[in-house]
Design a binder for this molecule. Structure first.
Ligand code: CAA
Length: 380
């Protein structure tokens, strides 16, 4: 398969690379340490068009393809995976979902603000008792004629406090199981909508992850996305695309860690020579390089499938499964190449190693990707 990039792709990739180096790198260690959301940086990303890359231009989006998006995700993730998860959720789960399945009024009212970064979005599916088992939603939305009454708790929500608009998945008719699930747009500040405590996390500490509590929140019927009962399919379709973004994030974490290890190995001396001259290090670099290239091919394959309107459930799951394993393996090895320096913050690789772990957990654990992959190859 030929993944030749166009001039436009290269321009977008380079713009993301420049932005990451000039705007994200300087404060990334401090934001990680203080669990500080990159407010200013995200605002700039919105102004530069990184928050609604694939959305339709008539709603403020960039109208770009998925290949452009994964290239930008990789570059941002090399430097700051906290900023890239904000970018990923807003692009893939919120803007793409609304652009593809929202109605005209919803797009005008919400999407136009989300694509430009004027507002930020969150995607709320996970619950205390429904993480991987997404059909077991306990949050309820009871039909009251012209509105729904929303009750329940959502957990581990990215952009939990910083978002303005939340796509909330809830059960409207338990009897109908997954066919009785709907997706709603909920605004921050509505009566009964409370932001819960911030999670203290191992990695991606610059992003804000919260639980959300809905207590008799009145949601107008016009804020339901799609036909009654479409919510579960909406979540699954949206997550399928989201997984390509997270695969690109994992790839970026791996590539970022590898690039740091490569440079370090050329300057650090031990036993009379630069450490890259020792096979113990050179072979590690060779293994890292090969696995990153293999992950990049899977990520690009999934992106191209999506752009060609082919089914990308399988290729997206394969890309996420593999790239997240590579992110973990490569970042651990990058710390090893750095020796003692790898274990301290100023060399960046320990943060990338901590950030890598989440890519095996969110938007479907590695085990969930294996369910999707095995069902696909077994035609279930
Ligand atoms: N596209 C369209 N429809 C799909 C679909 C897809 N990719 N996957 C499943 N469906 C449909 C099925 O066709 C079925 O519908 P019908 O009955 O009409 O045929 C329905 O959904 C139910 O499907 P399953 O019987 O396969 O459902 P299941 O209970 O076995 O679960 C699963 C399937 C793949 C395990 C799913 O539950 C899943 O993906 N779980 C993980 C959820 C997840 O990713 N959570 C992450 C939270 S979001 C997040 O992390 C965001 C963030 O903040 C970063």
């Amino acid at each position: 398969m030929d993944f030749k990039l166009t001039e436009e792709h290269i321009m977008i990739r380079d713009a993301a690379r420049d932005f990451a180096k000039s705007e994200l790198l300087a404060g990334v260690i401090e934001r990680d340490e203080k669990q500080q959301f990159p407010t200013e940086q995200i605002k700039k990303m919105g102004e530069l068009g990184f928050l609604g890359m694939m959305a339709s231009p008539e709603y403020g989006g960039g109208g770009m393809d998925t290949v452009s998006y994964v290239l930008a995700m990789e570059e941002i993730s090399k430097i700051d995976a906290s900023a890239s998860v904000v970018m990923s959720v807003n692009n893939s789960l919120v803007c793409w979902g609304l652009d593809t399945y929202g109605n005209e009024e919803q797009k005008k009212k919400y999407l136009t603000k989300l694509t430009t970064g004027e507002s930020l979005g969150a995607f709320c599916l996970s619950e205390p008792e429904a993480g991987s088992d997404a059909t077991s939603q306990r949050t309820t939305a009871i039909d009251k004629g012209d509105h729904y009454i929303l009750n329940g708790t959502k957990n581990w929500i990215t952009n939990g406090n910083s978002a303005d608009f939340y796509i909330v998945i809830a059960q409207t008719d338990r009897e109908k199981k997954h066919k009785g699930i709907n997706a709603f747009i909920v605004e921050k500040g509505w009566a009964g909508f409370e932001i819960g405590p911030k999670e203290q996390k191992l990695g991606i500490r610059g992003s804000d992850t919260h639980s959300l509590i809905f207590n008799d929140v009145k949601v107008p019927k016009e804020n339901r996305i799609g036909e009654d009962g479409f919510g579960f399919k909406f979540a699954m379709k949206t997550l399928s695309g989201g997984r390509i973004g997270i695969a690109a994030q994992a790839l970026g974490i791996a590539a970022g860690a590898y690039e740091l290890a490569l440079e370090y190995s050329k300057v650090r001396k031990a036993f009379g020579t630069e450490i890259c001259n020792h096979q113990a290090i050179a072979f590690k670099l060779a293994d890292m390089h090969v696995s990153i290239e293999a992950a990049r091919h899977l990520v690009m394959k999934a992106a191209v499938d999506k752009d060609n309107h082919e089914n990308y459930d399988l290729s997206g799951a394969m890309a996420k499964l593999y790239a997240s394993q590579v992110a973990m393996d490569v970042s651990v090895e990058a710390v090893q190449v750095h020796g003692g320096n790898g274990y301290v913050k100023e060399y960046h690789v320990e943060r990338l190693m901590r950030d890598a772990k989440i890519t095996q957990i969110y938007e479907g654990t590695s085990e969930i990707q294996k369910i999707v992959i095995s069902r696909s190859i077994l035609n279930k």
